[in-house]
Ligand binder design. Sequence first.
Ligand SMILES: NC(=O)c1ccc[n+]([C@@H]2O[C@H](COP(=O)([O-])OP(=O)(O)OC[C@H]3O[C@@H](n4cnc5c(N)ncnc54)[C@H](OP(=O)(O)O)[C@@H]3O)[C@@H](O)[C@H]2O)c1
Length: 264
Amino acid sequence: MADFFAGRHIWLTGASSGIGAALAQLLAERGAHLTLCARRQSVLEQVRAGLAHPERHRVVVLDLAAPEDVLAQVQGRAETDPVDMLINNAGIAQRGRADETHFSVDRRVMEVNYLGAVAMTKALMPALVASGRGVVASVASVSGLLGSQGRSAYSASKHALMGFMESLRAEMHGKLQVTVACPSWVKTQISVNSLTPAGDALGVMEPGIANGLSAEACAVAILDAIERGRDQVVIGKGISALAPTVKRFFPSIFTRMNRNRVYR
Ligand SMILES: NC(=O)c1ccc[n+]([C@@H]2O[C@H](COP(=O)([O-])OP(=O)(O)OC[C@H]3O[C@@H](n4cnc5c(N)ncnc54)[C@H](OP(=O)(O)O)[C@@H]3O)[C@@H](O)[C@H]2O)c1
């Protein structure tokens, strides 16, 4: 039987680093045709050159912080190109208390993580539905299931993404598969690239991230969830991955735990 991903035309955001670069490797090995998206063209070209069958894949430079531009840019291409899967993976994190974080940081995180993904989804949705086997998979976070100290903007953006995707799943039942992955700590550049309260890059590899799941293991779990048609999966290890379950069944215990520790 042919591999589930073989021959599929897949748009992948955040393909230049971390989980996205790992997804690109696995998907190329499994025979997909990839459109690799991010801001850094030269890095995307390096990723493409390292994939199985680089000639099958292409690079599209886009900045999700300008969602209206993304909508117009991607809509234009989707009118002519085949597409049967979108993986909304790109994202940016934030560190710092809400009362010290500049409003421009809240806006930027929401634009990239939420409105950017919404723009990609709306631009490609007609083509995805027309393909007859369309999939929208979004990489949210455990932070989409709970709020943590120092993560107000990030957590809000991931909750918003999950709410959008849950509505879309209900609306498009039978026409589109909608899968959401919620990783906990994964070893990538996410904390290094996180925005400080003033909007600068944090530049720190945090211990929780350094000791997290590998990007490859996370990518394997995301592809498994897509292949199985799962609605939502939590991916990770330890208390961070367990925290959403504690919150769901023991909310007052979670509230106390959440004052003393950061789970995402
Ligand atoms: N690592 C974790 O512990 C963890 C846990 C839960 C969820 N996640 C989620 O996993 C996803 C991937 O993150 P990662 O951990 O792989 O982090 P990463 O190594 O920092 O990669 C982030 C990716 O997003 C792209 N990106 C950032 N801002 C962008 C923008 N304005 N426009 C277009 N692309 C942009 C980056 O590419 P350019 O810089 O080239 O634009 C890069 O490819 C994110 O949605 C993140 O929230 C990560």
